[in-house]
Design a protein around this ligand. Structure first.
Ligand code: M3P
Ligand code: FE
Length: 309
């Protein structure tokens, strides 16, 4: 947890062109657990080892992309403090009442200079992972259904003003930059990989002219074998793969990028590393960024740089 009290990525709400098809995809092919549907028609999911009621929410829309991305904070006092800290920093905030999202408390929402809606919230019902808190087994039956990531792990978002957006996350919300990418010829930063936890990144942002874009939501697996099994299931289900299976140089994850039926990119990955909070950030030059993206081939995939929703 960040010293500010921001604990972890908590939810992503993503738009789908065909909700029924998307429910089938995320439930039966990706293998998330459906945990509810609300009056607005949103469908809620979680990974098998998540204990909160939901982490990935979808809704029907004419355009794919991200509605908002939320972080769980320690408690209500922390939520109120971060709300006033954001406002003191010059960031406008809005309160969304408890119950607007299923099993979720009041949310504090703000728009970043990159044009994304971020949220903080302190309360979401613990539903558990299907195993007891006393003498549990290693995994529940749900861990075998589909690709079956154990959690929604992070987001990578594209938009303008990433340097200003990074300031909000580091100076107000207590995130730290673990790795970053320089622009061509050493120009101003092109990307920041930021952590509020023990992870190498909980949120990554990449400089891009159009605001508010989704590059990917990432789902975590616990072994390279499971990444390869995910590739087999993507092949069997004709899921279009963008990149991989391969390894990123940036943050060292072993990964596959693919697209859902609405064109939203998602990632299934494992590995990476656990940086201690005092570690110096790692820098990638633009000239070596091909290896940052796809370490074995060093290929600067055109789709990675330009296909977003
Ligand atoms: C990830 C990840 C880049 C690497 C991206 C890394 C921008 O998405 O989860 O580690 O090269
Ligand atoms: Fe990622």
């Amino acid at each position: 947890m960040a010293m500010s009290g921001v604990m972890r990525p908590g939810h992503a709400c993503v738009r789908m062109l065909d909700l029924d098809e998307a429910v089938h995809f995320y439930r039966d092919v990706l293998g998330l657990q459906e945990t509810g549907r609300d009056k607005q028609g949103r469908v809620y999911f979680k990974g098998w080892d998540e204990r909160d009621h939901n982490s990935f929410v979808i809704r029907q829309a004419d355009k794919a992309g991200l509605d908002f991305f939320g972080f769980r904070v320690l408690d209500v006092a922390t939520l109120n403090k971060l709300d006033s800290d954001l406002r003191a920093f010059g960031v406008a905030t809005e309160r969304i009442p408890a119950g607007d999202m299923l099993e979720t408390g009041e949310r504090v929402r703000f728009e970043s200079p990159s044009g994304h809606l971020y949220e903080l919230y302190a309360e979401k019902t613990h539903v558990g992972n299907g195993m007891p808190l006393v003498n549990p087994g290693p995994w529940p039956d749900a861990a075998e259904h589909g690709i079956a990531p154990f959690r929604m792990d992070h987001a990578l978002l594209y938009g303008p003003n990433v340097a200003k957006t990074k300031e909000i996350f580091t100076q107000v919300l207590g995130f730290r930059v673990v790795e970053y990418v320089e622009g061509p010829g050493g120009a101003g930063p092109a990307a920041f990989f930021m952590s509020c936890s023990h992870k190498a990144h909980d949120l990554a942002i990449v400089e891009y002219p159009e605001p508010g874009k989704l590059h990917h939501i990432s789902f975590r697996l616990d072994s390279w074998e499971k990444v390869l099994r995910a590739a087999d299931l993507m092949g069997r289900n004709k899921v279009p793969i963008d990149i991989g299976p391969t390894r990123h140089g940036v943050t060292r994850g072993t990964t596959i990028y693919a697209w859902d039926r609405s064109g939203n990119r998602f990632e299934t990955f494992c590995g990476s590393y656990e940086p201690y909070p005092d570690w110096q950030p790692i820098k990638w030059t633009w000239e070596e960024f091909g290896h940052g993206l796809d370490y074995p081939t060093g290929k600067l995939h055109e789709t990675f740089l330009s296909v977003v929703t």
